[in-house]
Design a protein around this ligand. Structure first.
Ligand SMILES: NC(=O)c1ccc[n+]([C@@H]2O[C@H](COP(=O)([O-])OP(=O)(O)OC[C@H]3O[C@@H](n4cnc5c(N)ncnc54)[C@H](OP(=O)(O)O)[C@@H]3O)[C@@H](O)[C@H]2O)c1
Length: 285
């Protein structure tokens, strides 16, 4: 049995579909609200939607019963040490293998608070005694959904660092690497930095969304202060600063680098941002 956390999210929903398509055996999808997840249509036929809350480790014990491999999205619980507790419960339940979603910032910006937490989770996993694979993706294409309300309202997308090109990754490619690591040999004790196939700036992303919609979408560059105000309302001050640093304010060669990990591991080329925009155009209409 494979337990997929974040099962209703960008990576998890793609991973469920891929595991079913690959005939990977029994799969369980963890969600705080199985009824909503089933009604939303994101849980494929044959996958068991299972109620559990990563913030309450006792609720995970039934979900972990009989589980061999765990796919864990880290840091969805905004509390230091939460993921280490989840890993301890998984270990005690007999889980043998964990594929963990960390972040490329653990490599590129280890001094930032969120990246320090990623490094701490990675360490907990390595010391857990379970077989491990760590995925360190860069910025997700799906972050563009933050612009969906503005685009739907036919407003102007206002972005900081509009022309900084980062090798944004399609969440389905993170899922593909996870599927291979969960189901095939040779990935234990490995850390994979994952990127998309080419740098794409925020302005180019807005252009790709406009092309998918078949209309113009205006995009202007804002200053850091305006962007910080908007992000801090969602994520708090420190995380907002970290997001701004890693999206243009303090980038470095490691963050800008395009990597071939996706094609090496899955055998398929990494998906482009344009493909993501085409698949998700409905969210912007
Ligand atoms: N976005 C980026 O650029 C980026 C970059 C690097 C790494 N990451 C990492 O990627 C992961 C996020 O992946 P994603 O985009 O696929 O997720 P997402 O679309 O943001 O969805 C979040 C998922 O987490 C689940 N969740 C949230 N709180 C939960 C809780 N207390 N208990 C159980 N489940 C909970 C939600 O499930 P329910 O609502 O159904 O319970 C949902 O499926 C995180 O580990 C993040 O650190 C993101």
């Amino acid at each position: 049995m494979i337990l997929v956390t974040g099962a209703t999210g960008n990576i998890g929903s793609a991973l469920l579909r891929q595991l079913r398509a690959a005939g990977a055996g029994p799969v369980r999808a963890l969600t705080r609200d199985p009824g909503r997840a089933r009604a939303g249509g994101g849980i494929p036929h044959g996958v068991e939607a299972f109620g559990g809350d990563l913030a309450r480790t006792a609720s995970l014990e039934p979900a972990l019963a009989g589980v061999r491999a765990l796919f864990l999205v880290s840091r969805v619980v905004p509390r230091a040490g939460a993921d280490a507790e989840i890993l301890a419960v998984a270990r005690a339940a007999g889980v043998e293998q964990v594929v963990l979603v960390s972040s490329i910032t653990a490599l590129t910006h280890p001094h930032l608070g969120p990246a320090r937490e990623n490094l701490a989770v990675e360490r907990s996993l390595k010391e857990s005694g379970m077989a491990w694979t760590i995925l360190r993706p860069t910025q997700f294409a799906s972050n563009a959904l933050l612009w969906a309300d503005t685009v739907r309202a036919r407003g102007t997308v206002r972005v900081p660092y509009a022309d900084t090109g980062l090798p944004t990754i399609h969440p389905a490619d993170i899922a593909s690497v996870a599927r291979v690591a969960l189901t095939g040999p040779g990935h234990h004790g490995r850390t994979y930095e994952l990127t998309g196939p080419a740098p794409v700036s925020a302005r180019q992303q807005v252009g790709a969304i406009a092309a998918a919609l078949g209309r113009d979408v205006p995009c202007v560059e804002t200053g850091r202060r305006e962007a910080h105000r908007r992000l801090a309302a969602f994520f708090g001050d420190e995380a907002a600063d970290a997001v701004l640093d890693v999206t243009g304010g303090d980038v470095n060669d490691e963050l800008l680098k395009v990597r071939d990990t996706v094609v090496r591991i899955t055998g398929a080329s990494a998906r482009t941002f344009r493909q993501w925009a085409g698949e998700n155009a409905a969210a912007f209409r």
